[in-house]
Ligand binder design. Structure first.
Ligand SMILES: Cc1ncc(COP(=O)(O)O)c(C=O)c1O
Length: 446
């Protein structure tokens, strides 16, 4: 039996690995299958699956809770009454619709002649209440929790934006809230820890593993297994067991729906859409409304950390293999024994060795293209956007900005004309000040 299963006991819910079937199907990407993980309950990815990806690989205790959530997706979330109520909160509390603005000065820094990047449009999720797209999802899930009669919310967080969003929604609806956060992230995203505590949430630092997002999600799942009855687990990205990837994509879809309508109001759809990829929720929210528009190319940008040829990166789709992490099957970063590897990114929100299953399917089908940007490129993009557009973007978002020139050149070459690119500004960078000061004190001070 797998070492991790022995170590972590019955509450363990799935940190790896590659199955023999995967190894046979993807010999090039799969490690030797001598260390196979048999999940406690392996529901094959049928309902809620994206091609061969998704499904549920969880402890038996969680199956009724996930069934209850699936039923709520159809029976509550899909109803006009719920949608009306959520739309009201999104308008009056979150501040939607967010604008689709121009970034012509930044565009000239990546394409001085304008031959490739004709226009760059920014979907401003950083202007949402609490400063990132995460509130769209957290508010929707916490509202759902109230309808399901749950009084306690738990969440995991990396950058702290999902934790802040969940603490905010829990405060709004009068629910108690515990947020698991890796100890490394507690240190590097200190302003968000203070915000969560002010909002009445308890922040629980996680000291296991790499002490980042992966480990926070392990602990949140473990908490849920033991307190499943009155507790609602508010997952922060389009990852986790079914139905979370579907639910989160649905709640974030508002980003793309608005962006598409705003593009049409400007005269036409963009040629390409770009977003950064952690677990994949801002990207899937942005992509969702454009999936049927074949002329619109979709690009995700992962964190290359120190570089994808080093061990220190978080480029799961680019360098990962098929496996199981946190209850669903997707691409994962793992070692040759099939054990989940430690990811690295300067941005806590992208520092994750997994990715939502829909992105795995979009990659395999070729509908979306996934690129990478390094820590250094992200830092440079934060500075460039701040100085040309007057917007302090999150380090996560900066990865998308770092590749926008390349996206424009690829698409302009394909189409033989300058292109319009729409980029999801997933969040604002106030939370990153200490990282920015530590990395580039001379730049920030100058
Ligand atoms: C501002 C911001 N952007 C992007 C992400 C990455 O998450 P996702 O890929 O789910 O959008 C995070 C995660 O914390 C974030 O805080």
């Amino acid at each position: 039996m797998c070492r991790l299963l022995r170590e972590k006991g019955p509450a363990f819910v799935g940190e790896t690995a590659v199955t023999p079937a995967d190894a046979a199907r993807h010999p090039a990407r799969s490690p030797p299958a001598r260390f196979c993980y048999k999940p406690r309950v392996a529901t094959p990815p049928t309902s809620g699956a994206f091609g061969p990806y998704g499904g549920r690989f969880v402890a038996e205790t969680l199956v009724p809770a996930l069934d209850e959530l699936s039923a709520a997706l159809d029976g509550i979330v899909a109803t006009p009454a719920f949608q009306r109520e959520l739309d009201g909160w999104l308008a009056d509390y979150v501040g939607r619709p967010t604008p689709l603005g121009d970034a012509s000065r930044f565009a000239r820094t990546v394409d001085p002649t304008g031959e490739a990047l004709g226009a760059l449009w920014l979907k401003r999720e950083d202007l949402c209440h609490t400063g990132a797209h995460k509130i769209n999802n957290a508010l929707g899930q916490v509202l759902l929790a109230t309808k399901m009669g749950k009084r306690r919310i738990i969440a995991e967080t990396g950058a702290g934006q999902h934790g802040v969003a969940t603490a905010t929604a829990a405060a709004l609806f009068g629910l108690s809230c515990d947020v698991y956060m890796g100890a490394v992230d507690v240190a590097r995203q200190a302003p968000n820890v203070a915000r969560m505590e002010l909002l009445g949430a308890r922040v629980i630092p996680v000291e296991t593993g790499s002490r980042t997002l992966k480990d926070a999600m392990n602990e949140a799942l473990r908490d849920w297994v033991t307190h499943v009855d009155g507790t609602y687990y508010c997952v922060g990205s389009a990852a986790g067991p079914h139905p979370y990837p579907t639910l989160v994509a649905q709640l974030q879809r508002v980003i793309g729906v608005e962006a598409r309508a705003q593009s049409l109001a400007r005269g036409g759809l963009p040629d390409a859409v770009v977003a950064c990829i952690g677990g994949g929720s801002n990207a899937i929210g942005m992509f969702g409304a454009f999936l049927g528009d074949e002329a619109v190319a979709l690009y995700g940008v992962e964190a290359a950390g120190d570089g994808v040829d080093t061990p220190r990166h978080a480029a799961t789709l680019t360098r990962g293999r098929v496996g199981v992490l946190h209850g669903s099957k997707s691409y994962v970063l793992c070692d040759d024994d099939g054990q989940i590897a430690e990811a690295h990114s300067i941005s806590a929100g992208l520092d994750y060795p997994g990715v939502g299953p829909q992105h795995a399917w979009l990659k395999d089908t070729g509908r979306a293209t996934y690129l990478v940007a390094t820590d250094a490129e992200a830092l440079a993009a934060v500075r460039a956007v701040a100085r040309t557009e007057g917007i302090l973007i999150a380090l996560e978002t900066a990865h998308a900005f770092a590749r926008v020139g390349d996206v424009a050149r690829l698409e302009a070459a394909r189409r033989g004309r300058p292109v319009t690119v729409a980029l999801c500004v997933s969040g604002r960078g106030d939370k990153d000040l200490s990282t920015l000061l530590a990395e580039e004190p001379h730049h920030v001070a100058s």
